[in-house]
Write a protein that binds this ligand. Sequence first.
Ligand code: NA7
Length: 545
Amino acid sequence: MTGSVADRDAVDNRVDTDLVVVGAGIGGIYTLIKARELGLDAIALERGGGVGGTWYWNTYPGARCDVESFDYSFSFDRELQQEWTWSYKYAFQPEILAYIEHVVDRYEVRGNIRCDTTVVAADWDEQAGRWTVTAADGARYRARWLVLATGVLSQVKEPELEGLADFAGTVLVPSRWPETTAACEGTRVAIVGTGSTGIQLVPELAEGARHLYVFQRTPSYSLPAYNRPLTEADQTRVKGDYEAFRARARRTPLGAWTDTEDRSALDVLPEERDAEYRRLYDYGSPMRFASAFNDLTVDDAANRTAREFVEARIRERVRDPELAERVIPRGVPVATRRLCIDDGYYESFNRPDVTLVDLTEAPIERVTARGIERAGEVIEVDTIVLATGFDAVTGAIRNIRITGTAPPTLGERWAVSPDSWLGVMVHGFPNLFTVTGPGSPSVTSNMFLAIEQHVEFIATLLDHCARHGITRVEVSAEAQREWSAHTQELGAATLFASTTSWYRGLNVAGKPDALLMYVGGIARYDDILRGIEDDDYPGLLKTAG
Ligand code: NA7
């Protein structure tokens, strides 16, 4: 890559380049690194004031990853993984952001990133065979290839709380957290939402708040993280043969290192099964626990054995038996919604200054100037924290007006059905790639590896195009139809399909009910990608220029 974005901008308000990538999170940064390897000139456009994506935005107290650090990191460079030292089993947000900054500097891609740039539109010009990408400031970027690395949990969901604008206190959103948390110290705080974010925040808020009210609509299952500093012995164990560690992770369904056997929960004696659950629970890892047996997300009877184990642990952690029953999910298989990990979440309810507000008894009616009203009564608070989630997977892309070979826009199509080929390409949108789009493993796996898989697949395809003089690639309608049908059929045979969750788009009003992930697992998905590459991309319509 030559010249910085600023150099090229000096000419006029239009930049011509080979590849534009939207987003400078993990996917955008890796795309820039791969583009350089391919000799492509590339620019990343980033809405945030800095790089890092999720880890730039989510600075709320206690924000950390629920995939272990040794897994949640780049695997493409042996030297990088040897030279970086993770300090915690589950890294906190500042350390992950520092790692991403390190990668940006190490591979010298900072000059190719334009921050504070919100992409609002992308239009395909069939004659020129190029995309025109328009930013909110009016700047335009023309490129043959367009990669959308916009993140799967980057579009904050509308909280859908009537009267929020009337609230006289402070409203905080975890992914837009202010630099200081002083706003919560010594005040009465309400947190709405008990997903992964709420579960991380509750113990942190409970420490500082005068009183904390936890508004729970749907409880989540959570395991203790047993987060701890990594020791010299941990470093040696993994780094001693990091390649084998990574290779093993790639052959698992979740894309993270596990040491479980490929067997059914129903094929072992109850004592043996419980001993296995105990071993994995005591280790502290949702991925390892969910991998205890191979049928936990496909067979309800198998799943019941796991959830009964977790429920017994929750009852041990919450002192008040009646309260314990309220924070235990009802009729929901474990691990088909996000299986969370926590650092003292359930124990927070043992504190006199923490109150659970069970919304299944009476929902929130409205927010008033003084607090939150439900059951005809206002719970007065000074701060409301909205841990109410995201418009996942398709939300950030639907926010950009993307026009391909013909209307409708990509957003309009996905408003009906989030169809895609492999989660990487969409029919009618030539030369456009999505990183961890709908129909790929994404959040049902180690996101870091899922991103690497996609960027590497896209880079290999771009290399194939360069070697064969191909200037235009588009997935056929048939290949896309087959993949979407396969993804939904696979999902329908699992417990994901019968669980109400954002995995199915059900947390956002009007979003179609469709499983947004390929749940066949990372290893199987990897085999599919390799097969497609080896067969020279059947399903793709290629045009030489
Ligand atoms: P989640 O997992 O979508 O959790 C959002 C929570 O907010 C969930 O408990 C929702 O209950 C609740 N919610 C949403 N809207 C409302 C309203 N209007 N009233 C009451 N409660 C509401 O988002 P997170 O940010 O916690 O986690 C997202 C992912 O980030 C996580 O899985 C990790 O991968 C990282 P509901 O379930 O809709 O009844």
